[in-house]
Design a protein. Sequence first.
Length: 96
Amino acid sequence: MRIDAPADLDRVAVGQQPCDEGPEVEGGAKAFIGDRLVLEAKRLLLHTQLPASAVADRLGFSSTTVFTRFFRHRTSETPLGFRRRARTETQRPPEP
């Protein structure tokens, strides 16, 4: 059944209908969105000079505290700790 099929066929809301088309997302939509937020946060932290508060705002978090808790829960390090470590690792010369 397609996601946009009429919801009254089985008396199920559109958002609750199973979708046989498209790739499977392991862990569900919430995990997928969380993974994408972490990826974008890492990109912004590594490749910009934006403070954590600006990254939090850009990604739609209600506060820097909420963003920091989310990031630390998903990565086991703070946003600024990630930035410091990642930039240090990328500046090292390659080992022979």
